[in-house]
Design a protein around this ligand. Structure first.
Ligand code: ASP
Length: 454
């Protein structure tokens, strides 16, 4: 049994949904189909999720919502008419949206989640209807009825494995199950959405719970590439990589697969295959537990910007018991997670994502570090800081890779501000100025990939 998930561009129009139907019909083991909300049909197009966010905002600010509601319904109308479905499904969608809009909005975050989730929820109903209409008996199932239970932490929505037993019953259904991505329900029945792009997470949870032989993640590219194709010319396609490698690449900006989506599949050893809805015969990229890394120790190079670094210097820091804990506690009090903590004998840098900072937080952090930790210097670098991440399981077994990477960077004339290699040795991270990011990526790609055949 396979679980397949189709992303926003794969279900953005009637034409795309017909491709989805053909893919599902071509393999009877594709029993569970997880869908996103309709995404972009062309680059300037709007995703239905973004239209729904505008709708929720208009409602929350007490404005008239007819225009926003019309924009959403219009997208579904175009799809239904292109698929030759009757208007009944549009009535269902319209009523559903009206009900969500008239619900209690005193908790704006819950209200927003409920409206956002309407994108996938209604698309799943529509697609189930279409499958059935063309002779592929299918059934929409709500995450609430299926048992997709999530925790009660709105800032970090995660699925709870206690729902898995119920979810596993999906195996017994005779029809094709069409399951909406992106949201689940807390134990008291409150709807919560995952982070943006979270339908990948739903697919992974369902695949893990039903013990799928494969989780297929259909998107709009043939495979995961070794580097960003908009920066490196025709980068190599990766045919196989490990969960840990994918996690590192997804973390550092490879948007093909959501970084939080790997864990459920990984824990139940369900292999994941990234495939292209527009070219389903291409083999795609397989994500597995282990791979033979002898020919290709480095599998990919990623870059991500939007980081800040809190630099702290204190003479004899290394002798001060509890210094690190107290520093990190200040960030914890501000609700800020940290990414890396490279350190020297008397200095420590904490690298954080800039999105977690604002002017007041910055001022409070600096002040508290000065007052409570009595440091000799503290400052924040909060602009134009990028992380370049070199990823590969083979790093552990190959000498000289760091030296090659450093010289590839030095050939660009760029300065390395920070180097970090975790003890797992799956990735090597370089902190650099944002302006040098692209030329470094190209130089590293040239160094590690130009002569390789995966
Ligand atoms: N529709 C949601 C988003 O645009 C979730 C998803 O497509 O995975 O983020």
């Amino acid at each position: 049994m396979k679980v397949c998930k189709f992303g926003g561009t794969s279900v953005a129009s009637a034409e795309q949904i017909k491709k989805v139907a053909a893919i599902v019909a071509s393999d009877p083991s594709r029993k569970v189909v997880v869908v996103s909300a309709p995404g972009k049909r062309f680059s300037e197009d709007e995703k239905v999720t973004d239209l729904l966010i505008l709708l929720a905002k208009a409602a929350l600010s007490g404005n008239d919502t007819e225009k926003e509601l019309g924009d959403v319904v219009n997208r579904y109308e175009q799809i239904t008419s292109g698929l030759g479905l009757s208007n009944t499904i549009i009535d269902v969608i319209f009523t559903d949206l009206r009900e969500r809009l008239s619900a209690d909005s005193s908790d704006s975050s819950l209200f927003m989640d409920s409206i956002k989730a309407a994108g996938e929820d209604n698309n799943a109903k529509l697609i189930a209807e279409y499958f059935t209409s063309i002779g592929m008996p299918a059934k929409y199932i709500s995450p609430n009825d299926a048992g997709l239970i999530v925790n009660d932490r709105p800032e970090r929505v995660r699925a709870l494995t206690k729902g898995y037993e119920k979810l596993a019953e999906l195996r017994n259904e005779s029809e094709i199950i069409v399951f909406p991505g992106f949201f689940g329900y807390t134990e008291d029945g409150t709807l919560r959405t995952f982070n943006r792009g979270g339908s990948d997470i739903t697919g992974s949870i369902v695949a893990a719970a039903v013990g799928a032989e494969l989780y297929e993640n259909f998107t709009d590219v043939d495979s995961v590439f070794a580097a960003n194709p908009t920066i490196v010319d025709e980068p190599m396609a990766i045919s196989e990589l490990t969960y840990r490698e994918m996690r590192e690449l997804a973390y550092a900006g490879f948007s093909v697969f959501h970084d939080e989506a790997l864990m459920p599949a990984f824990l139940k050893s369900v292999p994941v295959c990234v495939k292209n809805t527009n070219n389903p015969d291409a083999p795609g990229t397989l994500i597995v537990k282990e791979r033979d890394h002898s020919k290709q120790p480095i599998i990919g190079i990623a870059a991500d910007s939007g980081f800040s670094t809190l630099f702290v210097y204190k003479y004899l820091m290394n002798q001060e018991v509890g210094f690190g804990r107290r520093l990190l506690e200040i960030l914890e009090d501000e609700g800020i997670p940290f990414e890396h903590t490279p350190s020297g004998i008397d200095n420590l840098s904490v690298i954080i994502r800039s999105e977690f900072l604002n002017t007041e937080k910055k001022e409070r952090i600096i002040q508290r570090v000065q007052d409570e930790l009595n440091v000799d210097d503290v400052h924040l670098r909060d602009t134009d800081y990028s992380m370049i991440v070199l990823v590969g399981e083979g790093m552990r077994h190959t000498t000289g890779l760091a030296a090659r990477a450093a010289s590839a960077i030095s050939r660009t004339g760029a300065n390395i501000e920070m180097i970090n290699q975790g003890s797992s040795e799956v990735s090597l991270v370089f902190g650099v100025d944002k302006k040098d990011e692209n030329k470094i990526l190209r130089s590293l790609y040239e160094e590690f990939f130009s002569k390789v055949v995966i």
